[in-house]
Ligand binder design. Sequence first.
Ligand SMILES: NC(=O)c1ccc[n+]([C@@H]2O[C@H](COP(=O)([O-])OP(=O)(O)OC[C@H]3O[C@@H](n4cnc5c(N)ncnc54)[C@H](O)[C@@H]3O)[C@@H](O)[C@H]2O)c1
Length: 252
Amino acid sequence: MKRFANKLIAITGAAGGMGLAFARHFATEGAALILTDVDKAGLAEAAAVLTKEGARCSTHLVDLAVESELHKFAAEIAGQHERVDVLVNNAGLAYGEVAFSFESLSQAQWLRFLSVNTVAPLLLAQALRAPLARAKGVVLNVSSMAANVPATAYGVTKAALNAMTYGMASVFGNDGIRVNAIAPGLMETPAARGNLPTETYQRIQSQQMLKVHGTADDIAALGVFLASDEARFITAEIISCDAGNRLRGWRG
Ligand SMILES: NC(=O)c1ccc[n+]([C@@H]2O[C@H](COP(=O)([O-])OP(=O)(O)OC[C@H]3O[C@@H](n4cnc5c(N)ncnc54)[C@H](O)[C@@H]3O)[C@@H](O)[C@H]2O)c1
């Protein structure tokens, strides 16, 4: 029997990269998928690939920075499904000014990054709380090793997401919902490859304790374990998957 047969998994940021890897791994374990992203073309392409591979999925265009869109999506899902077994809060803003300009961001920029990376995971879980509670479900927040690195706005949003994870686990635990975060190191995704100059990519990778190559599949496999019954006693944890990189830093 597959571990996620008859289970429903909602994944944000599912248009590619890690979101697509989560979708593949859960589908392989028998799950049906609810895929969301703000990237319409990417989402359609991901769904087409997954469907061809035999996955059952629906797609939903949602901008997580817009609270009304987030609530509309959650209401639609809650109206259609008695239970949601897993919510993977994978969407995130990771590159450009959020990665560097710690000192010069405007309040509006700070609030946008925080709203997508930190607040949306809570708002979405709260909006899906009833179907998650019926399933005694699981929330996975995708954080980052950058939470441990000084002076990037990105790191601040992910450090705040770690604290948010503890708070969510405490409150949602009352409904039997487990909440954990995964903190990836440098994982090869199109976004990471496309946004980091080769020199930066190699420098970050060279600081790993293990000289191995991180992939989106490493994160998705961990996510499947954390969402499974084998992890039923694990909540309020930030689980690193970074080949030891967080202890050495990545800014050089
Ligand atoms: N790749 C890495 O090395 C790495 C390392 C640590 C953490 N992460 C985290 O993993 C997650 C996935 O990263 P990835 O490498 O696959 O990058 P990615 O950019 O491909 O994935 C992020 C997804 O979030 C979506 N998104 C962005 N803003 C949104 C919004 N307002 N509403 C809805 N969706 C929105 C994007 O369209 C994209 O599909 C992110 O949270 C990222 O911060 C990645």
